[in-house]
Design a protein around this ligand. Structure first.
Ligand code: 5GP
Length: 189
Protein backbone atom coordinates (compact mmCIF):
# COMPACT_ATOMS: atom_id res chain seq x y z
CA UNK A 1 0.00 0.00 0.00
CA UNK A 2 1.80 3.05 -1.36
CA UNK A 3 0.33 5.58 1.08
CA UNK A 4 1.34 3.42 4.05
CA UNK A 5 4.87 2.95 2.69
CA UNK A 6 5.17 6.75 2.34
CA UNK A 7 3.92 7.26 5.91
CA UNK A 8 6.50 4.76 7.19
CA UNK A 9 9.30 6.40 5.21
CA UNK A 10 8.35 9.96 6.11
CA UNK A 11 7.00 9.60 9.65
CA UNK A 12 8.60 6.39 10.96
CA UNK A 13 11.85 6.07 12.91
CA UNK A 14 14.13 3.06 12.67
CA UNK A 15 15.09 2.35 16.29
CA UNK A 16 17.50 -0.43 15.33
CA UNK A 17 17.76 -3.14 12.64
CA UNK A 18 14.74 -4.94 14.21
CA UNK A 19 12.37 -2.28 15.55
CA UNK A 20 10.45 0.44 13.76
CA UNK A 21 8.70 3.26 15.61
CA UNK A 22 5.48 4.54 14.05
CA UNK A 23 4.01 6.38 17.04
CA UNK A 24 3.07 9.34 14.83
CA UNK A 25 0.31 7.48 12.98
CA UNK A 26 -0.29 3.99 14.45
CA UNK A 27 1.14 3.19 17.89
CA UNK A 28 0.45 6.39 19.85
CA UNK A 29 -1.11 9.13 17.74
CA UNK A 30 -3.53 7.66 15.22
CA UNK A 31 -3.87 9.06 11.70
CA UNK A 32 -7.58 8.37 11.22
CA UNK A 33 -7.55 9.20 7.53
CA UNK A 34 -4.76 6.70 6.86
CA UNK A 35 -6.40 4.18 9.21
CA UNK A 36 -9.67 4.45 7.29
CA UNK A 37 -7.82 3.60 4.07
CA UNK A 38 -6.05 0.69 5.82
CA UNK A 39 -9.41 -0.62 7.01
CA UNK A 40 -10.76 -0.36 3.46
CA UNK A 41 -7.79 -2.36 2.08
CA UNK A 42 -8.42 -5.20 4.55
CA UNK A 43 -12.16 -5.09 3.83
CA UNK A 44 -11.50 -5.36 0.10
CA UNK A 45 -8.98 -8.20 0.41
CA UNK A 46 -11.14 -10.27 2.77
CA UNK A 47 -14.56 -9.61 1.21
CA UNK A 48 -16.86 -12.56 0.45
CA UNK A 49 -14.96 -14.86 2.80
CA UNK A 50 -17.78 -15.45 5.29
CA UNK A 51 -15.99 -13.57 8.08
CA UNK A 52 -18.24 -12.92 11.07
CA UNK A 53 -15.88 -11.19 13.55
CA UNK A 54 -12.54 -9.40 13.69
CA UNK A 55 -10.12 -10.23 16.51
CA UNK A 56 -7.16 -8.07 17.50
CA UNK A 57 -4.90 -7.43 20.50
CA UNK A 58 -4.94 -4.28 22.63
CA UNK A 59 -3.82 -1.68 22.15
CA UNK A 60 -2.21 -0.98 18.80
CA UNK A 61 -4.27 -3.47 16.80
CA UNK A 62 -7.52 -1.75 17.77
CA UNK A 63 -7.37 1.20 15.35
CA UNK A 64 -6.83 -0.77 12.12
CA UNK A 65 -9.26 -3.48 13.31
CA UNK A 66 -12.02 -0.99 14.08
CA UNK A 67 -11.67 0.78 10.73
CA UNK A 68 -11.83 -2.62 8.98
CA UNK A 69 -14.83 -3.53 11.15
CA UNK A 70 -16.61 -0.30 10.16
CA UNK A 71 -16.11 -1.04 6.47
CA UNK A 72 -17.01 -4.74 6.78
CA UNK A 73 -19.88 -4.03 9.18
CA UNK A 74 -18.46 -6.54 11.65
CA UNK A 75 -17.85 -6.49 15.41
CA UNK A 76 -14.28 -6.23 16.70
CA UNK A 77 -13.01 -8.11 19.74
CA UNK A 78 -9.75 -7.00 21.30
CA UNK A 79 -7.88 -9.50 23.42
CA UNK A 80 -6.99 -8.05 26.80
CA UNK A 81 -3.59 -7.94 28.47
CA UNK A 82 -5.06 -7.79 31.96
CA UNK A 83 -8.21 -9.40 33.28
CA UNK A 84 -10.91 -6.94 34.38
CA UNK A 85 -12.96 -7.90 37.46
CA UNK A 86 -16.08 -7.81 35.27
CA UNK A 87 -14.96 -10.80 33.21
CA UNK A 88 -17.16 -13.80 34.02
CA UNK A 89 -15.88 -16.78 32.06
CA UNK A 90 -12.48 -15.94 30.59
CA UNK A 91 -10.21 -18.00 28.39
CA UNK A 92 -6.48 -17.37 28.86
CA UNK A 93 -3.26 -17.92 27.00
CA UNK A 94 0.39 -17.06 27.46
CA UNK A 95 1.85 -14.54 25.05
CA UNK A 96 5.32 -13.18 24.38
CA UNK A 97 5.90 -9.51 23.71
CA UNK A 98 8.43 -8.78 20.97
CA UNK A 99 8.97 -5.14 21.96
CA UNK A 100 8.98 -5.70 25.75
CA UNK A 101 10.84 -9.04 25.54
CA UNK A 102 8.71 -10.66 28.23
CA UNK A 103 5.78 -13.03 28.72
CA UNK A 104 2.29 -11.83 29.54
CA UNK A 105 -1.21 -13.30 29.75
CA UNK A 106 -3.92 -12.57 27.22
CA UNK A 107 -7.58 -13.14 28.00
CA UNK A 108 -11.01 -12.86 26.48
CA UNK A 109 -14.57 -13.51 27.61
CA UNK A 110 -15.39 -16.99 26.28
CA UNK A 111 -18.84 -15.91 25.10
CA UNK A 112 -17.30 -13.42 22.61
CA UNK A 113 -16.78 -16.24 20.09
CA UNK A 114 -18.96 -19.18 19.04
CA UNK A 115 -18.02 -22.36 17.17
CA UNK A 116 -19.66 -20.99 14.00
CA UNK A 117 -17.61 -17.77 14.03
CA UNK A 118 -15.18 -17.15 11.17
CA UNK A 119 -12.38 -14.85 12.26
CA UNK A 120 -10.19 -12.23 10.62
CA UNK A 121 -7.21 -11.52 12.88
CA UNK A 122 -5.74 -8.02 12.48
CA UNK A 123 -2.59 -6.63 14.09
CA UNK A 124 -0.35 -3.60 13.73
CA UNK A 125 2.96 -5.47 13.25
CA UNK A 126 4.07 -8.98 12.39
CA UNK A 127 7.52 -9.90 13.69
CA UNK A 128 7.96 -13.52 14.84
CA UNK A 129 4.27 -14.40 14.95
CA UNK A 130 3.98 -14.91 18.71
CA UNK A 131 1.04 -12.50 19.08
CA UNK A 132 -0.79 -14.38 16.33
CA UNK A 133 -0.12 -17.76 17.98
CA UNK A 134 -1.66 -16.50 21.22
CA UNK A 135 -4.73 -15.15 19.42
CA UNK A 136 -5.04 -18.46 17.54
CA UNK A 137 -4.95 -20.31 20.86
CA UNK A 138 -7.84 -18.25 22.29
CA UNK A 139 -9.90 -18.58 19.09
CA UNK A 140 -9.36 -22.35 19.15
CA UNK A 141 -10.39 -22.57 22.81
CA UNK A 142 -13.75 -21.16 21.64
CA UNK A 143 -13.82 -23.63 18.69
CA UNK A 144 -14.07 -20.79 16.16
CA UNK A 145 -12.11 -20.76 12.87
CA UNK A 146 -9.52 -18.29 11.56
CA UNK A 147 -10.08 -17.42 7.90
CA UNK A 148 -7.33 -14.87 7.42
CA UNK A 149 -4.75 -12.54 8.92
CA UNK A 150 -4.41 -8.83 8.15
CA UNK A 151 -1.17 -7.11 9.12
CA UNK A 152 -0.44 -3.40 8.77
CA UNK A 153 3.38 -3.67 8.81
CA UNK A 154 5.16 -6.97 8.27
CA UNK A 155 8.87 -7.26 8.94
CA UNK A 156 9.53 -9.98 6.38
CA UNK A 157 13.06 -10.63 7.66
CA UNK A 158 11.60 -12.11 10.86
CA UNK A 159 9.90 -15.48 11.20
CA UNK A 160 6.18 -14.57 11.46
CA UNK A 161 5.10 -14.94 7.82
CA UNK A 162 6.87 -18.30 7.43
CA UNK A 163 5.24 -19.63 10.61
CA UNK A 164 1.76 -18.45 9.55
CA UNK A 165 2.07 -19.73 5.97
CA UNK A 166 3.27 -23.12 7.21
CA UNK A 167 0.03 -23.35 9.17
CA UNK A 168 -1.86 -22.79 5.90
CA UNK A 169 -3.38 -19.39 6.69
CA UNK A 170 -3.92 -16.61 4.17
CA UNK A 171 -2.08 -13.46 5.22
CA UNK A 172 -2.47 -9.95 3.81
CA UNK A 173 0.28 -7.51 4.83
CA UNK A 174 -0.15 -3.93 3.63
CA UNK A 175 3.55 -3.02 3.92
CA UNK A 176 6.34 -5.59 3.85
CA UNK A 177 9.79 -4.59 5.06
CA UNK A 178 12.69 -6.67 3.77
CA UNK A 179 15.38 -4.85 5.77
CA UNK A 180 15.96 -1.73 7.87
CA UNK A 181 19.39 -0.15 7.96
CA UNK A 182 20.15 3.22 9.55
CA UNK A 183 17.34 5.38 8.12
CA UNK A 184 16.69 3.32 4.99
CA UNK A 185 13.90 0.82 4.45
CA UNK A 186 14.11 -1.88 1.81
CA UNK A 187 10.65 -3.09 0.75
CA UNK A 188 9.93 -6.76 0.20
CA UNK A 189 7.74 -6.26 -2.86
P1 5GP B 1 5.25 -10.89 17.05
O1 5GP B 1 4.33 -11.41 18.08
O2 5GP B 1 4.79 -11.14 15.63
O3 5GP B 1 6.66 -11.32 17.27
O4 5GP B 1 5.27 -9.31 17.23
C1 5GP B 1 4.12 -8.59 16.92
C2 5GP B 1 3.73 -7.67 18.03
O5 5GP B 1 4.88 -7.02 18.58
C3 5GP B 1 2.83 -6.59 17.50
O6 5GP B 1 1.57 -6.74 18.09
C4 5GP B 1 3.46 -5.28 17.90
O7 5GP B 1 2.74 -4.69 18.94
C5 5GP B 1 4.84 -5.62 18.41
N1 5GP B 1 5.91 -5.29 17.45
C6 5GP B 1 6.68 -6.17 16.76
N2 5GP B 1 7.61 -5.53 16.05
C7 5GP B 1 7.42 -4.21 16.26
C8 5GP B 1 8.09 -3.03 15.77
O8 5GP B 1 9.07 -3.05 14.99
N3 5GP B 1 7.59 -1.84 16.21
C9 5GP B 1 6.53 -1.75 17.05
N4 5GP B 1 6.12 -0.53 17.42
N5 5GP B 1 5.89 -2.84 17.55
C10 5GP B 1 6.33 -4.06 17.14
Amino acid sequence: MKLLQEAIEQRGTIINDDILKVDSFLNHQIDCDLMEKIGAEFADYFKDRGITKIVTIESSGIAPAVFAGLKMKLPVIFLKKSEPSTMQDPVYTEAFSFTKNRKYTLCMERSCLNPDDVILFIDDFLANGQAFLSAENLVQQCHARIEGIGIVIEKSFQQGRKLIEEKGYDICSLARIQAMKEQTILWAE
